[in-house]
Design a protein around this ligand. Structure first.
Ligand code: NAD
Length: 257
């Protein structure tokens, strides 16, 4: 069993959904956790704290490079740095490209792509100095294929996979690895909103959920946050030490089509 005792993991966007699921698996494996994100932070902190390790939260808005820098300064001060960086924070907006609101494009690129660059450039020197580190970027199947209405999200996630490859190469001879994970549909608030949009057009909720899966995900089952957490844990293990610059899909068969 992989033990992460003595390691500190920073998971961006970990107050709900996939990020919280990953934080729980890493905390169970013994890591200290720095949570980040909005909403009900005390509930997320309490859930992660049940495993007994140190837990902190930093409220950085990752669309702002200065706030990301403050989060890394906090990590250094309170935890002695970051050993495992999971770049997970992300948002979605669905609209045709010619109607896509410019400010939504800018936010999606800032949160889903540029924040990964800023966290990586700020986190990597500490990992190199300690001689060990793991960077895991939560991309998406939309880092490898497109879908209508998701211009900004698809562009950002393709960018995340490109950045992952470069960082994977730049760290290739070290004990730091950088990889991307590409989930298919996971039932989180981000996806529930897309189901709700279908329900708003008069579709029955069960049917809306089934239709969403049936269009893309052959398993007709959602990927779970804890399955994604276990994959992150594998990438943190010795067995995962030579997985470098990969874009690993976990998608119920989406990309096999
Ligand atoms: P979610 O909406 O449940 O959670 C997003 C998290 O990011 C929350 O904690 C939120 O507070 C935080 N966040 C949002 N904007 C932020 C900002 N500016 N600064 C800091 N934190 C911010 O979404 P999710 O479905 O768990 O998505 C997590 C990641 O997984 C995203 O990068 C998303 O693109 C990716 N993903 C999700 C799915 C899916 O089906 N849900 C599939 C593939 C990839």
């Amino acid at each position: 069993m992989t033990t992460l005792s003595g390691k500190t993991a920073l998971v961006t966007g970990s107050t709900s959904g996939i990020g919280l699921g990953i934080a729980l698996v890493l905390a169970k494996a013994g890591a200290k956790l720095i949570l980040n994100g909005f909403g009900d932070t005390s509930k997320a902190i309490a859930e992660v704290a049940q495993f007994g390790g140190q837990v902190g939260h930093h409220p950085a808005d990752v669309s702002d490079p200065a706030q990301i820098a403050e989060m890394f300064a906090y990590a250094e001060r309170e935890f002695g740095g970051v050993d495992i960086l999971v770049n997970n924070a992300g948002i979605q907006h669905v609209a045709a490209v010619e109607e896509f609101p410019v400010e939504r494009w800018d936010s999606i690129i800032a949160i889903n792509l540029s924040s990964v660059f800023h966290s990586t450039r700020l986190g990597l020197p500490g990992m190199r100095a300690k001689g060990w580190g793991r960077i895991v970027n939560i991309a998406s199947v939309h880092g490898q294929v497109g879908s209508v209405g998701k211009a900004a999200y698809v562009a950002a996630k393709h960018g995340v996979i490109g950045l992952t490859k470069v960082v994977g190469l730049e760290t290739a001879t070290s004990n730091v690895t950088c990889n991307a994970i590409c989930p298919g549909w996971v039932l989180t608030p981000l996806v529930q909103k897309q189901i709700d949009d279908r329900v708003a057009t008069g579709t029955d909720p069960q049917q809306a959920q089934h239709d969403l899966l049936a269009e893309k995900q052959p398993s007709l089952a959602f990927v779970t946050p804890s399955q994604l957490g276990e994959l992150v844990l594998f990438l943190c293990s010795e067995a995962g030490a030579q997985v470098r610059g990969a874009a690993w899909n976990i998608d119920g068969g989406w990309l096999a089509q």
